[in-house]
Design a protein around this ligand. Sequence first.
Ligand code: SF4
Length: 489
Amino acid sequence: MQSAGIQGEILMAQLSSRESPFQGGLYVITYGCQMNEYDSDKMASLLQKTYGLELVQDPEEADVVLMNTCSVREKAQEKVFSELGRWSKWKAEKPNRVIGVGGCVASQEGEVIRQRAPSVDVIFGPQTLHRLPAMIDEALRRRGDDSIKKKRAVIDISFPEIEKFDNLPEPEVNGVSAMVSVMEGCSKYCTFCVVPYTRGEEVSRPFVDVLQEIQSLATQGVREVNLLGQNVNAYRGVMPDGEIADLAVLIHAVRAIEGIDRIRFTTSHPNEMTQSLIDCYAEVPELVSHLHLPIQSGSDRVLAMMKRNHMALEYKATIRKIRKIRPHLSLSGDFIIGFPGETCDDFKETLKLVEDLNFDRSFSFIFSPRPGTPAASLPDDETMEKKKRRLYALQELLNKQTQAISEGLIGSVQRILVERLSRNSFTEVAGRTECNRVVNFTGSPELIGQFVEVKITEALNNSLRGTLVATPEAARFAQQGETQFHALA
Ligand code: SF4
């Protein structure tokens, strides 16, 4: 593999030295997980650099419209085709427009999209998004070539391993918190999940590449990084001496980067919560007391059918170990209700696990059979009515727990990374707690990028309100008379 920096620079130089075929903007819509959000940011930045396209909020103003898709649930997949129907109408009005479909649906249904949505010009997978400019160029060439009678979409949904990271632009910062993808794909093959088929098996970025990216982000003012991967705790990055670094080693190295004072990682698999990773909660104060650890079901029988390869007790043991170190760990999870064969007793075990562990802001869905996965062909004789009732009961419990956690924060002092001005007030700023809740409070814009302590005064549905407590970092602004502090009683 060629060195990331050199190959990337050559590519950028080639791309930026030519005239753009577009006058309008770029519109990107993203469905699905944080990995997709990360990929969409990279696509946008690549096309902005290549063609000088400006991001627009209204797809009708765009020359290039891209959809980054998710196939985790059937509904999300259906949405793709209905959205493409609308986009074809726009294209009829403006034939020069380029339509691209990427992400997991593209990866799984590339040919189907080409047949069902002939207005689509390029179809790319999560691992080939860095080839977008070349694919768009090819689509434009085909349009201008009269010898090609039927102008079919350009497709590249291959898995060229980690090559994509070598060809994406340097990270650009638009805030004080950034996502950094450290690995891709998944080799766990849970029976209900399409990810191993759409994103490929687990591949980790080299250790040094990840650290260089974070170093670059830190010099641009980033204070918090979220290490991303489908199975981020399966990270196994090659180090310069040939040794392999796991996520724990990576977290220790990230901690040493000046300016980075908060570290998150998502999403994790319970089987990869190694002792060295658990020890990070004791050894790395920059690591937040928040963990998203999907379990899917509290029943061992269902977990076995899902091929999760662990039992509920092992999951509980992991959480108890972490809470011994961090008693206030905020835990969130993913739950699938109505997996084929799930009985009422299985479901009660899920409720019991949720009651025992106390979850914060979790995700829960009814099982959605995904074509090509083993679970899609399992016999399922439970009615949808019953599944809906179970989902409702689980969500009621999860919401109650989340609300209680929010209310429990009232009166506490939370360390907040100030991210931006509040949406509804010029005199307020907003930041996030370690447990990822937005807190709005009165403060100067100059606090953006600072860690401050805020006393929580009110818990609203989706955010908290508080008052600033003078801290060493914040006190500097007080002395300058730039910030109004609300002294605590
Ligand atoms: S661990 Fe299971 S659910 Fe998670 S991405 Fe891999 S296969 Fe899918």
